[in-house]
Design a protein around this ligand. Structure first.
Ligand SMILES: [Fe+2]
Length: 263
């Protein structure tokens, strides 16, 4: 099954992801080796920064697509951005900023949003709601890595009930962010709250875009169909501007087994 990845820092020289074209190509090769056929380049964007550099992303993606053609790599690269939920985003939307530019593949619908890792700013719900009022569907990136949400899954459930889509990081399932994030990630999948798994890749090795290990873990814990939805069908739907499918909650006994055994 080909994978589609909606979250990566693969665009060279933009943020703390790929440093240059050589590292970009190494990440591309890792993505392809892991079975990914389409990937969104989603550099960090903080709209409180006076120079968010948003306008350069589409041109850089076009350049990288040409580079991939020259190099004979068949990975479909599309533009995107990972937007920090803060007052800058609120102002951007309120003051009539180009919101399509903030959406995945420029589809005008899905916005990949991220929160600080430590806490949940009080205005988060209001900002996400404002995005929805403007016709956007926020996708919350890796809530399992946010310390508040990881220990308060009921807050994630509230968001899902309000139409927010949840994306879990492949690395969280592999345990690269620690036990708490891994436990929270499995809980989100087990309860049917997450519809997407993505790499959030930053480099070719440690936080790589290779989704095959996460695929194996999901198949073992939740089955083939869940893996197909989380890594293939749903991310492809999102990039096409269509609805991702909700996964059923795992039956209780199986859900319990989703929690890693303590050693
Ligand atoms: Fe990210």
């Amino acid at each position: 099954m080909p994978f589609v990845d909606i979250h990566s820092h693969i665009l060279p020289g933009f943020d703390d992801g790929a440093r240059d074209d050589r590292e970009f190509l190494e990440m591309v090769d890792r993505a392809l080796a892991g079975g990914t056929v389409r990937i969104a380049a989603t550099p960090h964007c903080d709209l409180e920064d006076p120079l968010p550099r948003l306008e350069y992303i589409p041109a850089e993606v076009d350049r990288c697509r040409g580079f991939l053609r020259l190099q004979g790599r068949e990975l479909d690269l599309v533009p995107g951005v990972e937007v920090r939920v803060n007052a800058g985003l609120y102002r951007w939307v309120k003051e009539g900023g180009d919101i399509e530019r903030l959406t995945l593949a420029g589809n005008g619908r899905y916005l990949l949003a991220d929160l600080p890792l430590a806490d949940l700013p009080a205005a988060t719900a209001d900002i996400l709601f404002l995005l929805q009022l403007r016709g956007l569907v926020p996708i919350l990136a890796h809530p399992e890595r946010n310390r508040h949400l990881a220990s308060h899954p009921e807050r994630v459930r509230e968001m899902v009930e309000r139409g927010i889509i949840i994306q879990v990081n492949s690395g969280s399932l592999e345990g690269i962010y620690g036990k708490a994030a891994r436990r929270a990630a499995f809980a989100l999948l087990g309860e049917g709250l997450a519809r997407l798994v993505a790499s959030d890749a930053h480099d070719p090795a440690g936080r790589s875009p290779d989704l095959s290990a996460a695929h194996g873990i999901i198949v073992r814990r939740l089955g083939e169909e869940a893996a197909r939805l989380l890594l293939g069908h749903n991310p492809a739907a999102v990039l096409a501007g269509e609805d991702p499918v909700a996964l059923p909650a795992a039956p209780p006994r199986r859900a319990r087994r989703l929690l890693p055994r303590s050693r």
